[in-house]
Write a protein of this length. Structure first.
Length: 413
């Protein structure tokens, strides 16, 4: 007797017909797969948005996209910034503003100082800034009181919210800054607080005072600066600009740092979110497998006699396995596709409404989260739903394929 065979077309046709034999059970299995895939898409998009907003908050409140400083400054220069100065000639030679995708370049001079309000003193970190250019970068900086610095505030200052609380400062307060100069003498400057600000980082706000760059240069007696900060048109161009800046400053004794490297907290947060999302993916994979295994087990048990008939007609146990796995693959493909559509629709609705979020650790800002999707999240969710269903169909397929033909036929209903 000639051996019966199942080609791919016949296999898929049989698989599709078998899925429609018990519509309620198939619908429940598809719903489990779709909900799992949609959940992965929503959670992945939520994590993507958290990471994106964290990065943008750090960039637009503190670091900018790319910074250039003297070699060694980023490692140890914060302890003695006066020893790591970029001269005006070197700053001009870098030509950072002429690089593609660079929207603005600003100079900063950092210094350590003792702030006095006439009654008590408080150690702070000072920043000499170019106010007009910094205003374009600091879109995530919130002025709590007063106003931001302008180029006309020659002897004005803005202070972090933590400094203002510690020293009882407000707009109009008079303060003195005492700092060592580059010659290790002591110098002081009197300034007026024109505003208090709040950035993304609570630690930053607890210790920073900002004055105009000429004021800071006068205070520590230098014409140099510590860093050149580049603001780009888009964050995704950071790698290209950093590489071009490194090539431009090669041999000048300068080093280039990207914003990710300047913000250690960012990488720790990303690692935490990645681990959490990895655990979630594993949980969804297991849940989908359990849901589909139950449905496949019942379906295979009901059709044991049919599989015995197939084998009696000449089909092998491998043909039975192929048929059951094809059913699982078809169910996985349909369920995962429905899950992607459900996830995309849900993501659009949730993003329209927004998710109010409390301040993350070490931050002052409440914010509104959205679902930020990309192709990788959708493909990963689809793959997990599909693979979980295929894997769930293998154990019952192996079990029924090994059942003796006589025993399988005896179970014919």
């Amino acid at each position: 007797m000639a051996r019966a065979t199942l080609d791919l077309k016949a296999l898929l046709k049989l698989a599709a017909r078998n899925l429609t034999r018990n519509k309620a059970r198939s619908a429940l299995s598809l719903a489990a797969i779709a909900i799992g895939v949609a959940g992965l898409i929503l959670s992945g998009g939520f994590v993507n948005d958290l990471i994106f907003q964290l990065g943008e908050a750090l960039i637009h409140s503190q670091s900018g996209h790319v910074q250039v400083a003297r070699a060694g400054y980023f490692e140890v220069g914060s302890r003695s910034p006066a020893k790591y100065l970029i001269t005006p000639e070197q700053a001009e030679q870098t030509q950072l503003a002429k690089l593609p995708h660079v929207a603005e370049v600003m100079r900063r001079l950092n210094f350590s100082a003792l702030l006095s309000n006439g009654r008590s003193s408080y150690p702070v970190l000072g920043e000499g800034i170019e106010a007009d250019r910094e205003a374009k970068l600091g879109t995530y900086v919130l002025m709590l009181q007063g106003r931001a610095l302008t180029q006309n505030d020659r002897f004005g200052a803005i202070v972090g919210a933590g400094v203002a609380r510690a020293m009882n400062l407000q707009a109009g307060s008079q303060i003195s800054l005492l700092s060592p100069t580059v010659d290790e003498a002591m110098n002081t400057v009197d300034v007026e607080v024109v505003g208090t600000f709040q950035s993304f980082s609570a630690d930053y706000d607890d210790r920073v005072v900002k004055v105009l760059l000429p004021t800071a240069q006068e205070l520590i007696n230098t014409q140099g600066v510590n860093v050149l900060v580049a603001l780009l048109d888009e964050t995704r161009n950071t790698s290209a600009v950093a590489a071009a800046a490194s090539a431009r400053t090669k041999g000048m004794g300068l080093e280039v740092m990207r914003w990710e490297s300047l913000n250690d907290f960012y990488w720790k947060a990303v690692a935490l979110y990645d681990r959490q999302f990895g655990v979630l993916r594993l949980i969804v994979l297991v849940m989908v497998m359990f849901a589909v295994v139950g449905a496949m087990n019942v379906a295979v048990l009901e059709r044991t006699g049919e599989f015995g008939t197939m084998r009696a007609l000449g089909n092998t146990g491998a043909d039975v396995i192929r048929l059951i796995v094809a059913e699982g693959a078809l169910m996985g493909a349909i369920g995962a596709s429905l899950g992607v559509l459900l996830g995309l629709l849900s993501a659009w609705i949730i993003s329209k409404v927004g998710i109010p979020m409390p301040p993350p650790p070490n931050s002052n800002f409440e914010y509104t989260a959205h679902i930020r999707l990309d192709l990788a999240v959708c493909m990963s969710a689809f793959a997990i739903g599909f693979v979980a269903t295929v894997l769930a169909s293998i154990p019952p397929a192996l079990r029924v394929s090994r059942l003796p033909i006589v025993e399988a036929l005896r179970r014919m209903i």
